[in-house]
Design a protein around this ligand. Structure first.
Ligand SMILES: *[C@@H]1O[C@H](CO)[C@@H](O)[C@H](O)[C@H]1NC(C)=O
Ligand SMILES: *[C@@H]1O[C@H](CO)[C@@H](O)[C@H](O)[C@H]1NC(C)=O
Ligand SMILES: *[C@@H]1O[C@H](CO)[C@@H](O)[C@H](O)[C@H]1NC(C)=O
Ligand SMILES: *[C@@H]1O[C@H](CO)[C@@H](O)[C@H](O)[C@H]1NC(C)=O
Length: 399
C-alpha cells in the first residue's frame, strides 16, 4: 500500500490507523485514501531522517556484533541497494554521528598523516581509541550523498581539548576548536554542502560516558557559531549551516541553562535522543511496542522539551536527533522486524504533535535497528513504514 507523507501529523496518524485496519489478507493489494479534515501541526518537509554511526564491527552487545561494515568510515557506498534506498526519498535527511563522535579526529592539517580508524582500547571512552576520518573518505561520503540528494547533518567532536576531572565522568576546560575549524574550512573549500553542524553527542545532563557542564558548553557553542559565520562568510543567511545541539538525553535544567547562556540565535535546533523501549536484550520489548499506554508515556518528555525550547530558546526548534527504540544496538528479531513499526509510526506522529520537526531514526544501517540489513542491505520492514510512496527497493537500477 502507498500513502504519501504530508507535513501533517494528523495525516501520519491516520495512515497508521488505516494501514492496520485495512488489510483483509496478506496477498491483496490495498489502496488507502486519507481525507484530512484539519492539520494539528506542521513538520519540516523532511521529518523523516536516518542516522549513520561511527561504530566499527568490533562493537558488540549481549554477545552479538551487529554493526559489520556500516560505519561512516567503512560503509560500502558503491552498493546499489544503498544508493536506491536513499535516493527513493529524493531528499532524505541523514545525520552522521553517534557515541564515538567525540573521539573523532579529522584528517586535515597536522592530522593528514597517520589518520587511522578506531581500535579496541579498554581505557578509551566506550572502550575504543580515537579514530580519524580521512579527507579522501570525506570526499566519497560527500559524492555519495550529493548524488542521492540527501540533506546532511554532521556531528562534531565536542570533547577535543578537554580533560577528564579526577574520579568523575565530567570533562573540564574549554573546547579546542582547531581541528574542527580546519575541517569546516576544508569542507567549504571543496564546496560540500552540509545543512547543519551538530555539536557533541550525549554529553549533556548526566552524560552517558562523559559530561560537560551547561555553561561551559554554551560558551563553546558561541565559539562554534562564530567559526561557522566566519567560514561561511558571503553565504546568504538561509544557506549558512544551522547549529544543532546537544544531541543527548533531555535534562531540563541543563538544556535551559545551555540555551540561556548561549543566548538568542546561537542554537538553531535543539536535538535530543529517545530510547524509550529499554535495552536491546529486554524480553519486554514486544509487549511495550504493542502497548499504546506504554508508548504514550514518552509524550511527557516531548512536551517538556517543547516547553523548554519555547521558554528558554524560542529562536530554536526541537528535533529528535537520534532514536532507535531499544538502546545498545536495538533488539535482535524485534527492531528489525514488522512489530517495530508500531513503535516507529507512533513516534513519528507523536513528535510531530509536540512541535518536533525532524525525527532521525537510528540507524539507516547498522545494529539491529537499521532500516537496512547490515550485511545484505535489504530493507527491513521499518524502511517501508515511513508513509511515503516507496516502491520495493532492489539492487537492479544502479546509479
Ligand atoms: C499487487 O501490485 C503489484 C504491483 O502493482 C502487482 O505486481 C501484483 O500482482 C499485485 N498483487 C495482487 C494480489 O493483486
Ligand atoms: C567488511 O569489509 C571487509 C574489508 O573490506 C571485508 O573483507 C568483509 O568481507 C566485509 N564484511 C561484510 C560483512 O561485508
Ligand atoms: C579517587 O578514587 C580513589 C578510589 O576510590 C580514591 O582512593 C582517591 O582518593 C580518589 N581521589 C580523589 C582526588 O578524590
Ligand atoms: C561550569 O563551568 C563554568 C565555566 O568553566 C564554571 O564557571 C562553573 O563554575 C561550572 N559550574 C559547575 C556547576 O561546575
Amino acid at each position: 500500500m502507498a500513502c504519501k507523507l504530508v507535513g501533517f501529523s494528523f495525516l501520519l496518524f491516520s495512515c497508521l490507523i488505516l494501514a492496520i485496519s485495512a488489510s483483509p489478507s496478506l496477498a491483496d493489494n490495498v489502496t488507502v485514501t486519507v481525507r484530512a479534515i484539519t492539520a494539528i501541526q506542521e513538520t519540516d518537509g523532511n521529518l523523516v531522517c536516518a542516522t549513520i554511526d561511527w561504530w566499527p564491527k568490533e562493537k558488540c552487545d549481549y554477545g552479538w556484533c551487529p554493526w559489520y561494515n556500516s560505519s561512516i568510515i567503512n560503509l560500502d557506498l558503491t552498493n546499489p541497494i544503498l544508493y536506491n534506498a536513499v535516493k527513493a526519498f529524493k531528499t532524505l535527511r541523514i545525520r552522521l554521528g553517534g557515541s564515538l563522535q567525540d573521539q573523532v579526529i579529522y584528517g586535515v592539517g597536522k592530522y593528514r598523516k597517520g589518520c587511522e580508524d578506531f581500535k579496541k582500547d579498554p581505557n578509551g571512552l566506550f572502550t575504543f581509541s580515537s579514530g580519524c576520518l580521512t579527507m579522501s573518505r570525506w570526499d566519497e561520503i560527500n559524492a555519495f550523498f550529493s548524488k542521492t540528494g540527501a540533506i546532511l547533518t554532521f556531528g562534531l567532536n565536542a570533547l577535543n581539548g578537554r580533560e577528564r576531572a579526577i574520579n568523575s565522568t565530567e570533562y573540564v576546560g574549554p573546547w579546542d576548536a582547531t581541528n574542527a575549524r580546519h575541517f569546516i574550512k576544508h569542507t567549504v573549500s571543496k564546496g560540500y554542502k552540509i545543512e547543519s553542524w551538530e555539536f557533541g553527542n550525549e554529553l549533556c545532563g548526566e552524560g552517558v560516558s562523559a559530561k560537560v557542564n551547561a555553561t561551559r558548553y554554551a560558551m563553546d557553542l558561541i565559539k562554534l557559531k562564530k567559526i561557522i559565520h566566519r567560514m561561511y562568510r558571503g553565504f546568504n543567511a538561509q544557506d549558512r549551516p544551522k547549529l544543532l545541539t546537544p544531541g543527548g538525553f533531555f535534562n531540563m535544567p541543563w538544556f535551559a541553562e545551555m540555551l540561556q547562556v548561549s543566548g538568542p540565535n546561537v542554537v538553531n535546533v535543539v536535538t535530543h535522543h529517545i530510547y524509550n523501549l529499554g535495552p536491546g536484550n529486554d524480553n519486554r520489548l514486544i509487549n511495550r511496542i504493542l502497548d499504546p499506554f506504554y508508548l504514550s508515556q514518552v509524550a511527557k518528555m516531548y512536551k517538556a522539551v517543547q516547553y523548554v525550547v519555547r521558554n528558554f530558546g524560542p529562536w530554536s526548534t526541537p528535533w529528535i536527533g537520534e532514536s532507535g527504540g531499544a538502546y545498545n544496538s536495538g533488539g535482535k528479531g524485534v527492531s528489525d522486524s514488522f512489530v517495530d513499526s508500531f513503535w516507529y509510526l507512533d513516534q513519528l506522529a507523536m513528535v510531530s504533535v509536540y512541535g518536533h520537526s525532524v525525527f532521525c531514526r537510528q540507524a539507516l544501517i547498522g545494529g539491529n535497528y537499521g532500516l537496512l540489513d547490515p550485511t545484505t542491505f535489504v530493507p527491513n520492514p521499518d524502511y517501508y513504514r515511513q508513509c511515503t510512496s516507496l516502491e520495493p527497493i532492489d539492487g537492479k537500477a544502479s546509479p
